[in-house]
Design a protein around this ligand. Structure first.
Ligand code: 13P
Length: 291
């Protein structure tokens, strides 16, 4: 049985100085592609669903598929709910069987962010076996139904991060450090490495082992990814890159085979494209062989 929560695999990643890839999927074939790439590489995995695909596919269907692929795979796999702003929906997914829940109240004032995040953390911890991610500062860009324009994004205050973790009881912290969801406008996005370093060192000094999450993986240069991992990022989120890969591969296949009506071949082609793309990320994260 390879069903795990995020805490378990991330503590190991933190110690081993690699990152676990957290990949957003919007359908079952993408999910299978992500899983197969990880099984072949023997890498630990976090499958992510945003709120819209979770509702569209159906919570029960998703969890049933997750449990079956995790049961059959010989690697640890976590199912994460990404950027959910609705406390009740977080609880619903926890009840269904997600093993990591992200409550995103980062746009709320600090005290309200703590209050909502703690409500979800307490609920999940009471069920047991479920870890919770909170966000401090706001990550710019678009992820599912959440849109944060650059002017409104705020970076994470390191001292506040300590207070946030203590008061909200979260297991994982996503600090806003300048990375963004979606496609970056420049080749070298401005990432605040120093801020991540300060947060990681502060946590260590206070003997807090909370893993740090890096959002906005798509488009970051390889050096940036590696440096963020060195500085303490142990969960690395990737979404847009897979969406582009999926749609481009589907378009490419249909354009080249316009007279063919065999969905199985199209699915296979697109799934293989996802697998290849995910393998590149696994290599960047250094997670191969760490299952
Ligand atoms: P990207 O879409 O930029 O890869 O970001 C993914 C993410 O952070 C999901 O939470």
């Amino acid at each position: 049985m390879a069903i795990v929560n995020a805490q378990k695999i991330l503590q190991k990643a933190k110690k081993g100085k690699y990152a676990v890839g957290a990949f957003n999927i919007t359908d079952i074939i993408q999910l299978e592609g992500v899983v197969e790439a990880h099984v072949e590489a023997q890498a630990p995995l976090i499958i992510q669903t945003s709120v819209s695909p979770a509702k569209f596919l159906g919570e029960g269907v998703l969890v049933a598929v997750y449990r079956e692929v995790a049961r059959a795979a010989n690697i640890p796999i976590c199912l994460h709910l990404d950027h959910c702003q609705d406390v009740d929906y977080c609880k619903k997914c926890a009840d269904f069987g997600w093993t990591n829940i992200m409550i995103d109240a980062s746009r709320e004032p600090f005290e309200e962010n703590i209050r909502r995040t703690k409500e979800v953390a307490d609920y999940c911890h009471k069920i047991g076996g479920i870890t919770v991610e909170g966000e401090l500062g706001t990550v710019a860009g678009v992820e599912d139904q959440i849109k944060v324009v650059e002017d409104e994004s705020r970076l994470c205050d390191p001292e506040q991060a300590l207070e946030f973790i203590k008061k909200s009881s979260i297991d994982l912290l996503a600090p806003a450090i300048g990375t963004a969801h979606g496609v970056y406008k420049t080749k070298n996005p401005k990432v605040d490495f120093e801020r991540l370093d300060t947060i990681a060192k502060l946590l260590e000094a206070h003997k807090m082992d909370t893993p740090l999450v890096i959002h906005g993986g798509t488009g970051l240069p390889v050096d940036t990814v590696k440096r963020l991992i060195e500085l303490g990022g142990s969960k690395f989120n990737v979404s847009t890159d897979l969406k582009h890969t999926w749609i481009d591969a589907t378009y490419q296949y249909i354009s080249a085979n316009r007279d063919e009506y065999d969905p199985g071949k199209l699915d296979k082609f697109a799934k293989n494209a996802i697998k290849e793309k995910v393998r590149e990320w696994i290599d960047m994260f250094g997670s191969a062989g760490k299952a």
